[in-house]
Ligand binder design. Sequence first.
Ligand SMILES: Cc1ncc(COP(=O)(O)O)c(C=O)c1O
Length: 389
Amino acid sequence: MERVYLDHAATTPPDPRVLEAMWPAFSRDWGNPSSIYLEGQTAHRWLDEARVRCAGLLDVESSEIVFTSGGTESDNAAIRGAALAQRESGAGDHIVTSQVEHHAVLHAVEQLEREGFRATYLAVDPDGCVDLAELEAAIDPKTVLLTLMTANNEVGTIQPIADAVALAKARNPNIVVHTDAVQAAGSMDVNPSNLGVDLLSLASHKIYGVKGTGLLYVSRGTPWNAQILGGSQERERRAGTENVAGAVGLAAAMEFAWNEREERVGNYRRLRDRLLFELPERIPETVVTGPPDPARRLPNSFSCCFRNVEGESVLLALDMVEIAASSGSACTTGSLEPSHVLTAMGIDDDLAHASLRLTVGKGNTDAEIDYVLDQLPEIVARLRALAPR
Ligand SMILES: Cc1ncc(COP(=O)(O)O)c(C=O)c1O
């Protein structure tokens, strides 16, 4: 069997069409977009064109797009940029987020707490979803920012963003709302006006683009300050010579993702549903994590925990039979701490240590899923037989 890659939530293989689209901006048109001579202006055109294409797909103004180095930077910039601008104007000092956010969000909020902000980390139900009444109650007159992910990277739970935004803004019209749509962008509508958000983060490498590029959507008029300071690039909202080829690649990756969404999602659902329904039948004591209802989780995401096995051993054994899988988030691999997401969902530490995430992508086939359904029960049974009771 050739390698079976089932970790598309960690990163996706770059689409050759994206690489091809990027190549002229890498090789021939390598000028600095800030230079006034021909080479610079040519590079500038590539950048402008990429911005217009990204904005068109998101149905926003091109002036509302800030190119960044990826999801982490977009999240940090959104959160710090809005919270600090709001505090400066006297709007308040309170941030609301959830306990299941990516560390790019949680660590940014924790840092702001060290800088004097107050923060509320909303609890989630056993499926990983926030409670809207609790969210509404958490918003106070001094709340300046709500940051809530569109969909979770570990368990695929889709959050009720549009409803959350409506409630938050009704309670405090000055609140700025950010969503981390890094995982959702490949398979959901992330149009900021449909979600109602002021700030939205995307990363290219989760949608078959390349690593190190992303964007932050900043709605016109949103109180927000630049976080990377220096030159006047990106209308003084993100200093530093632009990654022109990266921006071109992001626009291409988004275009393919948007245009092919229906077909991709159909394929994801078919393959993922086989994992969701067939794996628990084949492996006793499998606890599916995240919503059991396929419609409430990202269409490409399956996750579970196995009683009485060590999750890391399952991953290593899968790797030996040519299957690439994850325990949850790439960032916690190798860490002895159980996942903060699973813990927030009320899963005990022992079970949380035996977690598995399989995220399908556009290259996966039924034959590959057959292979996983064949291999995994044997692996879990073997490891359970070895485990001390
Ligand atoms: C939900 C979410 N937010 C943010 C990030 C960070 O994105 P990047 O790796 O592009 O910095 C990730 C990456 O796994 C993610 O899944």
